[in-house]
Design a protein around this ligand. Structure first.
Ligand SMILES: [Cu+2]
Length: 332
């Protein structure tokens, strides 16, 4: 299947889901008052709110996160860094590097990277210098075109996820998207996925963690939750950050083996899910390919265990994709 064919299915059908709710024009005005909407403390973290208001009809108001390098006056700018380091700034509406950020999910800045082919996912937390430059040991593990997502909330502003492409030179081996699967393994842990994403609708996704056949019931909090789930859309790497139901210490959320999420895929097609979970003091990432809508949509790889066209995407395939993210596996 050629690239044009693969991409065509994803250029269509963008829906308003996780899009930012502020129009570009509004925030571009430096004298505009701060957003009167309270920061979305429960579901923010880069996806903007869904309570649309105040939009000036900018296209950005209807986009998922991560597709724009500049939004609402804020721009993600990689800066020169020594070998082995990745550094960037976020400049604000005044053109200067932003130095004041709110903490969201335990951190002021979440940096997520993945290659354009959806391999090599990593989620790291840079340190900020006083001048607003964020630095981190480079999570770009090898050659390729990477998408770097900065997920943050500037103090006084709205949660944002900006994305920028970064090329790491070198010989590149193309990696096809692993087939849809409902089970995957990472470092001896098996994670199974229940739930079927549908385009434009909220779906319950439940991930269950086990090890050596035994359910893991002592997951450790990571970034204020027992699991942290990022979804990237194949074709444009639209970034969907979804959060689990409940949180550690709320008296009703158990530390595994199940972690459940509400997720809404903005359009039909394939997505790569990355579940970060912590156990034994180590954060690991379990990856899945899922399909919202028809499993035979253009660009959707056939399930390896069920090559028959039309088979539900949820067919179990325990090994599919298990090593897809190996070059970038790891966490700070
Ligand atoms: Cu983070």
């Amino acid at each position: 299947m050629n690239t044009a064919t693969k991409l065509s299915g994803f250029a269509l059908g963008l829906a308003v889901v996780f899009g930012a709710t502020y129009g570009v024009g509004r925030v571009a005005d430096p004298v505009a008052p701060p957003a009167e909407a309270p920061h979305d403390a429960t579901g923010g973290h880069g996806n903007g709110g869904e309570d649309g208001h105040g939009s000036d009809n900018g296209a950005a108001a209807h986009l998922p996160g991560g597709l724009l390098v500049s939004d609402r006056g804020y721009t993600l700018r990689p800066v020169d860094a020594p070998a082995g380091q990745f550094a960037f700034q976020v400049t604000g509406p005044d053109g200067r590097a932003v130095t004041a950020y709110d903490v969201a999910h335990d951190k002021r800045m979440h940096l997520i990277v993945a290659r354009r082919d959806l391999s090599g996912f990593r989620h790291v937390h840079p340190e900020m210098a006083p001048d607003g430059t964020w630095r981190v040991d480079s999570p770009l593990a090898g050659p390729g075109v990477w998408r770097a997502f900065a997920d943050f909330t500037p103090t006084g502003g709205e949660a944002l996820t900006l994305g920028v492409d970064v090329t790491v030179p070198g010989a590149l081996t193309g990696r096809p998207l692993p087939a849809p699967a409902t089970s995957t393994t990472v470092d001896g842990y098996t994670v199974t996925l229940n739930g079927a994403p549908e385009p434009g609708r909220t779906a319950e996704l439940t991930l269950t963690v086990s090890r050596a056949g035994a359910p893991v019931t002592d997951l450790e909090p990571y970034l204020g939750a027992y699991g942290h789930l990022v979804a990237l859309r194949q074709g444009d790497l639209a970034y969907l950050h979804v959060h689990p139901h409940g949180e550690p210490g709320d008296g009703r959320t158990r530390p595994g083996p199940e972690v459940s999420f509400s997720a809404e895929m903005p359009s039909a097609g394939a997505y790569r899910l990355y579940l970060d979970f912590k156990h034994g003091g180590v954060v690991r990432t379990a990856e899945f390919t899922v399909v919202a809508g028809s499993p035979t949509a253009p660009g959707v790889p056939a399930a390896t265990s069920s090559p028959t066209a039309g088979t539900p995407a949820a067919t179990s395939s325990p090994t599919a994709g298990a090593d897809h993210g190996v070059p970038g596996h790891g966490h700070d």
